[in-house]
Ligand binder design. Structure first.
Ligand SMILES: Cc1cc2nc3c(=O)[nH]c(=O)nc-3n(C[C@H](O)[C@H](O)[C@H](O)COP(=O)(O)O)c2cc1C
Length: 392
């Protein structure tokens, strides 16, 4: 861990963009692009970032702040910062430490981790790794019985809530993955892998730890009766057969019996529907620009949804968060907290647990500095008066 921490220390890594640069050097192109890329023309991927750039701050100068309070209550948990680690599928392919490493780093930083259904580690192991809250994210791959099995295990293991992702009727068209041979990397055919081998051979340290970790493993939390854990290569087709609809929320509620958070909402109408169906919170999300390309930036969708929810349930947002200032802007627009995907996934690729810890450390330092420069003593006091957004 110490060796890895040195790899991501300052001045080599000063911001999240530096973690991205390091990630690019550590993992094969196919893995880097899986994390970095978006759907089709990547319009939404870019828009997510651009929307933050269009907001400017309105600081209150000459304000002394002896103590800056970053703590935030989110989904009944007291988080040290208003940031949760978003579900990132195939994390164990990005780095052998995978979901366990990310959950542990989140817990150490006093915040929460959301475990994707597409996890390489058993959910019990991930929960046990963290001293903070751990949430489960549901795709109903393999059907209702399979999902119910995972939910029962997650409930028993003490997961704090269930994120139900509703924007993945089919997997988005991530063109970089096709070009780089992501399917071949995850598949069983050795012959298929040969064509894409140079980029993998060019990253011997990743390849060694990938092979020592057992290579491509099936999904231990998607256990199909009579057949066992689902192979990774089946994920795409299984997703297409398992679209979650509003009607499914009834059996999901019955099976889970705990707080449900709907992830992937982009309109006020869908937000109201989620609330009517009993959601405890929603996540304004376009899946980091990885699903339907051409949908608007999440930051632009946020005000409509905050106003539709009118404070009745918590509104979280993700997409394009790379700096503490981005988090502050989202909170000024009414989000309770944000989810970060790539910001920590770059860290994971660069240095495993130490890289995720570094990403969180950078965001925390950014947050505190931004609040102090804004003249705002606490997260709870952020509101629209601190920003100007003529173009939103
Ligand atoms: C590599 C990668 C894998 C992802 N896998 C999942 C997943 O399994 N389930 C899910 O709900 N969202 C998934 N997402 C979406 C994230 O949870 C989140 O919505 C998105 O990353 C936010 O955008 P950002 O990466 O710009 O922070 C994934 C995102 C990335 C980058």
């Amino acid at each position: 861990m110490a060796k890895h921490a040195a790899r991501v220390a300052s001045p080599r890594v000063v911001n999240i963009a530096d973690l991205r640069t390091l990630a690019r050097r550590r993992v094969p192109r196919v893995v880097f692009d899986y994390v970095d890329g978006g759907a089709e023309d990547e319009i939404t991927l870019r828009e997510n970032r651009r929307a933050f750039e269009e907001i400017t701050f309105r600081p209150r100068q000459a304000v002394a702040i002896p103590h800056c309070d970053l703590r935030t209550p989110v989904l009944g948990c007291d988080l040290s910062i208003p940031v949760l680690l978003a579900p990132v599928g195939y994390s164990r392919v990005i780095h052998a430490g995978g979901e366990v490493a990310a959950a542990r780093a989140a817990g150490q930083a006093g915040t929460g981790y959301i475990l994707s259904t597409i996890s390489g580690y058993p959910l019990e192991e991930v929960k046990a790794a963290s001293v903070g809250p751990v949430f489960y994210q549901l795709y109903a791959m393999g059907g209702r019985e399979v999902a119910e099995g995972a939910l029962e295990r997650a409930r028993k293991a003490g997961f704090a809530g269930l994120f139900v992702t509703v924007d993945t009727a089919v997997a988005g068209m991530r063109e970089r993955d096709f070009r780089n041979g992501m399917k071949e990397l995850l598949g069983r055919s050795l012959l298929g892998k040969i064509r894409f081998s140079p980029q993998v051979l060019a990253r011997p340290s990743w390849l060694t730890s990938f092979l020592l970790d057992g290579g491509v493993r099936p999904l231990p939390n998607v256990v199909v009766p009579g057949r066992g854990p689902m192979p990774l290569i089946d994920v795409g087709s299984a997703l297409a057969l398992s679209t979650i609809s509003w009607e499914d929320l009834r059996w999901i509620h019955d099976a889970w019996r705990g707080p449900i958070i709907i992830k992937g909402v982009l309109t006020g109408e869908d937000a109201r529907r989620a609330m009517d169906e009993g959601a405890a919170a929603i996540v304004v999300s376009n899946h980091g620009g990885r699903q339907l390309d051409g949908v608007q930036a999440t930051l632009r969708a946020l005000p409509e949804i905050v106003s539709a929810m009118n404070g009745q349930i918590e509104v979280l947002v993700d997409g394009g968060i790379r700096r503490g200032a981005d988090i502050v802007k989202a909170l000024c627009l009414g989000a309770r907290a944000v989810l970060c995907g790539r910001a920590y996934a770059y860290g994971l690729a660069a240095a495993g647990e130490a890289g995720v810890a570094r990403a969180l450390e950078i965001l925390r330092a950014d947050l505190e500095r931004t609040l102090r420069l804004l003249g705002c003593p606490s997260i709870a006091m952020l509101d629209r008066s601190y920003i100007s957004c003529q173009r939103l």
